[in-house]
Design a protein around this ligand. Structure first.
Ligand code: HSE
Length: 420
């Protein structure tokens, strides 16, 4: 028998306890042992729960209970769970966590502490999709060329609704919160930080790269409007919040931002709260993973897969899917050197000579315009929507500064990268 302590019995914790109970026949058959929730730790003992497990509000009743084999950390946050996980590992308990923020900041320290003690985190990226196991095991024969994913369900839900129903941002965010997809602080979803945490976990496995969220380019979906959606539709794109990790020579490019994605691409069809991740390996080619990226049962399904794996093997595979010496030469590519195509939205005065000034500003940074569309507005201004050919981020940033300095440009330009 394996005893589990769950720290944090919220949406996911309740689902873990419920699935361990409902599917106990198949779970014990696959694990080779019965798995029992010995205790759950909650902040508020008075709050009603939908599961019947012994509860405490004292975390040490789990951490110091010698009969508990696996600690499931579902607290959220970074520093408090870091202390809890450290203590659990130091006392020899296996740990399963769904906490992407914790891993984005402390994954290497925790892995060092864990050594041979199982420390698993399948649920930390893309909820129910077994993407961590795919990278660690299924694709382990490959050098990973790129990972491109929709890894935040809330942002994808909002963008999908904006594209399909022509509605604005705020009411959809409220809907996503009510459905239980959003983080406690939804700016993590909207601002791209949650996706960045997940991307860093994937990149640590694929490339052994040690970057922090502060080191990488992160942009959210806050500035996207129906005008951008009209442009996207007109030119055969959809708008998605993407997490991208790409090997470029001896460098790894890591970025999270909204992107115009061609409607022909499989990833553009990943809608609603679903997540989708394309991973390109040098030998296998492109592989694609699709499934629910948020929600109690989907996330609990991944948590329990880790519990079963630990019950079976007792040992975890190292967190870095590749041994450091093999790939340790890889460095983080500075964000200014990323090459992309770009879409810009400019609010300009609708009068002679403005287009010429805009294209001159772009030309001075050596940026070539590929497509342009002008939408007149009622107030003697116009929205200028344009797409560029490939250029470096540093040239684009310089062009944006030039454009904003133009007297005829009325607001800060909005830029969205294009991923073909
Ligand atoms: N808030 C996250 C999302 C939950 O929307 O994807 C899963 O990590």
């Amino acid at each position: 028998m394996i005893n589990v302590g769950i720290i944090g019995v919220g949406t996911v914790g309740e689902s873990v306890a419920k699935i361990l109970h409902d599917n106990r026949d198949i779970i014990s058959a696959r694990a080779g042992k019965e798995i029992v929730v010995k205790k759950g730790v909650v902040r508020d003992l008075k709050k009603a729960r939908s599961v019947d497990i012994p509860l405490t509000d004292n975390v040490d009743e789990v951490l110091e209970d010698p009969s508990i084999d696996i600690v499931v950390e579902l607290m959220g946050g970074v520093e408090a769970p870091y202390a809890v996980v450290k203590k659990a590992l130091k006392s020899g308990k296996a740990v399963v966590t769904a906490n992407k923020a914790l891993l984005a900041y402390h994954r290497y320290e925790l892995q060092d502490i864990a050594k041979d003690i199982p420390f698993e985190f399948e649920a930390s990226v893309a909820g129910g999709i077994p993407i961590i196991k795919a990278l660690k095991d299924g694709l382990s024969a490959n050098h990973i060329e790129s990972i491109k994913g929709i890894i935040n369900g809330t942002a994808n839900y909002i963008l999908t609704k904006m594209m399909q129903d022509g509605v604005d941002f705020e009411p959809i965010l409220e809907e996503a919160q009510e459905l239980g997809y959003a983080e406690a602080d939804p700016t993590f979803d909207i601002g791209g930080f949650d996706a960045a945490h997940k991307l860093l976990i994937l990149a640590s496995i694929a490339y052994g790269i040690d970057a922090k969220p502060e080191d990488i380019l992160i942009e959210g979906i806050e500035k996207i409007t129906q005008e951008d959606i009209v442009f996207a539709k007109e030119f055969g794109y959809t708008i998605k919040l993407l997490g991208i990790a790409k090997k470029v020579g001896d460098f790894v490019e890591l970025r999270v931002h909204p992107a115009l994605v061609s409607k022909e691409k499989m990833i553009s069809k990943v809608d609603g709260v679903m997540n989708g991740i394309s991973v390109v390996g040098d030998k296998v080619g492109e592989t694609m993973y699709y499934g629910p990226g948020a929600g109690g049962d989907a996330t609990a399904s991944a948590v329990i897969s880790d519990i079963i794996a630990i019950a079976r093997n007792g040992k975890s595979s190292p967190m870095l899917g590749f041994k450091r010496p093999l790939e340790s030469g890889l460095k983080l590519l500075e964000r200014e050197s990323v090459v992309s195509r770009y879409y810009l939205r400019l609010l300009v005065a609708d009068r002679p000579g403005v287009l010429a000034k805009v294209s001159q500003a772009m030309g001075e940074e050596n940026i070539s315009i590929e497509t342009m569309l002008q939408k007149p507005r009622s107030d003697e201004s116009a929205s200028l929507l344009l797409a560029t050919h490939l250029c470096e981020e540093r040239a684009m940033q310089a062009a944006l500064r030039r454009l904003f300095d133009l007297e005829s440009v009325k607001e800060h330009p909005v830029m969205i990268r294009i991923e073909d």
